[in-house]
Design a protein around this ligand. Structure first.
Ligand code: FES
Length: 188
């Protein structure tokens, strides 16, 4: 068998359409189809991968913003000489946070226009304290820490009084600076 005879012979299809996969043949060939399909898949896949980034980029309102004042409602709703438990939504929350986006504080109205806003967490190890109006004391269920109504330490293991939120009145609303939890850095 000669070298010429050893080569693969042309098929009938090749003979009838020798440039089946060529762009020059109207771009309808198998190679053209595979190229178009691959390009389409890459484009769609790339678009889907970009969705989360685009979402963040076009919705800056959902971006974390810890420097936020939170309204707790009309200041006049808080009665002098009363301490009440108030829930609020954390300023850096997102719709996917569920119940974990909630926080709470105790608001003590000392007199009209004058407040103390306490973090609910005990200054010992952070358990939520409870307000007992009859005894006018905050008590911690974990290790027996007790605080007076002004938040100062009364007894037990807490080394100091309750932490307090910074507050202000804006347009008649009592607001607390809830961007950061009050702690030793925030002091009073
Ligand atoms: S956590 Fe409140 S007394 Fe320990």
């Amino acid at each position: 068998m000669s070298d010429h005879e050893a080569q693969t012979p042309a098929t009938e299809g090749d003979a009838a359409n020798p440039c089946e996969n060529c762009e020059a043949n109207g771009g309808k060939g198998r190679r053209g189809f595979l190229f178009a399909a691959g390009t389409t898949l890459l484009t769609v896949g790339g678009g889907l991968a970009a969705v989360p980034i685009v979402t963040v980029a076009i919705d800056p309102g959902e971006a974390p913003n810890p420097n936020r004042w939170i309204s707790l409602g009309k200041a006049s709703n808080f009665k002098p000489d009363q301490t009440v438990f108030v829930k609020f939504i954390m300023p850096w929350s997102s719709p996917t946070d569920g119940e974990t986006n909630q926080n709470a504080c105790y608001v003590r109205c000392v007199e009209p226009g004058k407040f103390q806003v306490f973090a609910i967490n005990c200054a010992h190890l952070g358990c939520p304290v409870e307000w007992f109006a009859q005894s006018r004391l905050f008590m911690c269920p974990c290790h027996g820490g007790v605080y007076y109504e002004d938040g100062s330490r009364a007894s037990g293991p807490p080394p100091r009084g309750l932490f307090e939120y910074e507050w202000r009145i804006t347009d008649g609303n009592l607001e607390v600076f809830a961007g950061r939890l009050p702690g030793l850095q925030e002091g009073p």
